[in-house]
Design a protein around this ligand. Structure first.
Ligand code: TPP
Length: 380
């Protein structure tokens, strides 16, 4: 038995949760879809999970009763915020932590975190329960009472199947993504996407020779793999946000060879500081290409901030040598060709639709991806 996002949101409201923030996970996409347009329980799309913990702290200071929604991968990202903010000051927040890697059955990037999630919470002293659809009401009542009495964060681990899946994704695909804070972005910000990410990836891959290519996690990896595998491809299937950092590390350590990054808007927003790092170091050999579909596509099309913020303009301001925004396949190919043939760092913003191709998971083990990628880099 599972509950709908609407029912879950009703129960949150009944327990007087009146503020929510988070980074999406597909296990709760129906709940997030409900909150994104909820009149009384607003959802703030956070760029990182620890930022969501910070937002919740601010909301609590303002008299709200906050919830933070995150995948357990984000529990890893927010441990310090929990330890030295929520737990240290005693700031109550309801943590709804989805449990990927539950019972050891999931993609490789979720296995270890899945195994240790309850222990991590115990180790930090965060009281927690495992949520089930049958005990949802009782679990919520317990969690809210606990966080209020103890003035502490309290967590509910949400295993797969507790919240209904699939419906939000289908619904979101034919609606414009919600824009946080309402309002229409000015014409100078909006870029009209014309091609799918798959088509854009195909165009960006064409000019590539043997350059190492680091992919952001999610469907970017999977669609690129479906178009053609090469040993120079690093499929970064976990660690959201870090593809750009891996690419920068590669570029700095190997200054006479190019390094290419295929990033996502959600991924870049999670690690926006990388723009300043690239801008400050100015590695001439780095090509940073962002496939911007305006949403967290891999987890159910929740709106990202790229609707209101032009990532290419941030790159220019940060100090990239060039930054272009492109929308057509020919432009993508030409921009990649030019970037590979001239001094960078280059930033290519490729605006794409939210269309998602049927693409298999990466079939290689993480160790196999590591070994062949490193061998191809060292041989180059
Ligand atoms: C720390 C962390 N939080 C959340 C997730 C879940 N997650 C996986 S892919 C993804 C969306 C990535 O968005 P974007 O970079 O825009 O790429 P898209 O999926 O739209 O192609 C999310 C939120 C994760 N893997 N790690």
């Amino acid at each position: 038995m599972s509950v709908s996002g609407a029912r879950f949101a009703d129960l949150l409201e009944r327990h007087r949760i009146d503020f929510s923030a988070g980074v999406p996970c597909s296990l709760i996409e129906d709940l997030i879809a409900t909150l994104e347009t909820h009149p009384r329980l607003p959802y703030v799309a956070a760029v990182r999970e620890d930022v969501a913990v910070g937002l919740a702290a601010g909301a609590w200071f303002a008299g709200r009763r906050p919830a933070v929604l995150m995948q357990n991968s984000g529990l890893g990202t927010s441990l310090n915020a929990l330890a030295s903010l929520s737990l240290m000051y005693g700031l109550p927040v309801l943590l709804l932590v989805t449990w990927r890697g539950y019972q050891g059955k999931d993609a490789p990037e979720h296995i270890l975190m899945g195994e240790i999630s309850p222990n991590l919470l115990t180790l930090c002293g965060v009281a927690h329960r495992v949520l089930s659809a049958a005990s949802l009401e009782a679990d919520l009542a317990w969690a809210v009472a606990e966080m209020e009495q103890r003035l502490q964060p309290v967590a509910l681990l949400v295993p797969p199947g507790v919240v209904e899946m699939g419906r939000a994704h289908a619904r979101a695909a034919d609606q414009p993504a919600t824009r946080e804070g309402g309002g229409v972005p000015s014409r100078s910000v909006a870029l009209e996407p014309r091609i799918s990410r798959l088509a854009a990836l195909g165009a960006a891959l064409k000019p590539l020779g043997r350059e190492p290519l680091v992919h952001a996690n999610g469907y970017i990896c999977r669609e690129s793999f479906s178009l053609g595998d090469r040993p120079q491809n690093f499929y970064m299937i976990g660690s959201m946000g870090l593809a750009s950092a891996i690419g920068l590390g590669l570029a700095l350590a190997r200054p006479h060879h190019r390094a290419v990054v295929f990033d996502g808007d959600g991924n870049l927003l999670m690690n926006l500081g990388i723009l300043a790092q690239v801008g400050a170091r100015r590695p001439a050999n780095l090509v940073h290409c962002v496939f911007d579909n305006g949403v967290y596509g891999s987890t159910g099309n929740q709106a990202s901030l790229s609707h209101q913020v032009r990532l290419d303009r941030l790159a220019v301001a940060a100090g990239y040598r060039t930054a272009v925004a492109v929308v057509a396949a020919g432009e993508v190919e030409a921009a990649m060709q030019a970037a590979l043939a001239s001094e960078g760092p280059h930033f290519i913003l490729v605006k794409v639709t939210r269309e998602e191709a049927e693409a298999p998971r990466i079939p290689f083990t993480p160790a196999a991806i590591r070994d062949r990628f490193r061998a191809s880099v060292l041989a180059g």
